[in-house]
Design a protein around this ligand. Structure first.
Ligand SMILES: [Zn+2]
Length: 221
């Protein structure tokens, strides 16, 4: 394919200008529609290695913790199940060919941040960016698969682990003809910033755009 750079960049500008307005006006989540039967929460990688210490931690992810804690407590009070995926790698993990050494199993980096620890959480460890490949959460015995309508996704980072899990989950539901919907909570997901190579705002929005195109709903709390 020969690319018309000017045309592509103009299209991107108009597409994203509309999308940014959509994201700025997202509906707010209405907690009353979510029950212990019809909803599950998937929280991804809210661990020390992405929030507080180590080569992949980000202050932007860390800053979500207080709001996330409030959201978790509201949902736990309603007995809504919460699955917490944690990056936890063996020392020779294949992922270390693509990312620096991080979140090795049983290390402080792979522990859930203390502010979000709750006895009700269902803990699942994973060895890739895609938690679904470690455990399909709707197959867990605690989930009422028949009545499930909402899978609410929170955590980090928007353009890697959140996008990987959410798109695979959404496609799996389509594959098995299940009517449940994946919803990403836009202000309870975030990503990191590296000057001149990974622009936080742009990568976050690109990932949200891609997820919405895959049938994933976006809301805010
Ligand atoms: Zn990892």
């Amino acid at each position: 394919m020969n690319y018309n750079k000017k045309h592509v960049l103009q299209t991107l500008e108009s597409t994203f200008s509309t999308f940014i307005e959509t994201v700025n006006q997202l509906d707010h989540l209405e907690p009353s529609q979510y029950t212990s039967d019809n909803t599950m929460i998937v929280m991804i990688d809210m661990i020390n290695g992405f929030c507080k210490i180590g080569p992949l931690h980000s202050d932007f992810v860390n800053q979500m913790i207080p709001k996330m804690a409030g959201f978790l407590d509201t949902m736990i009070q309603k007995n809504i199940p919460v699955i917490s995926y944690r990056d936890s790698h063996p020392a020779d993990a294949g992922e270390f060919n693509y990312f620096p050494l991080h979140c090795v199993e049983d290390s402080e980096e792979s522990e859930l941040v203390s502010e979000l620890q709750r006895t009700e959480l269902i803990d699942i460890t994973k060895n890739s960016t895609n938690g679904f490949l470690a455990q399909n959460p709707i197959d867990l015995p605690i989930i009422n698969k028949e009545h499930l309508e909402h899978i609410l996704v929170i955590g980090c980072v928007t353009d890697i682990c959140i996008r990987d899990f959410s798109t695979t989950m959404a496609k799996h539901l389509q594959e098995i003809n299940h009517s449940a919907r994946v919803t990403v909570i836009e202000n309870l997901v975030d990503t990191f910033h590296i000057e001149a190579s990974h622009d936080r705002e742009t990568e976050h929005l690109l990932a949200l755009y891609h997820m919405q195109a895959s049938g994933i709903k976006l809301v805010r709390v």
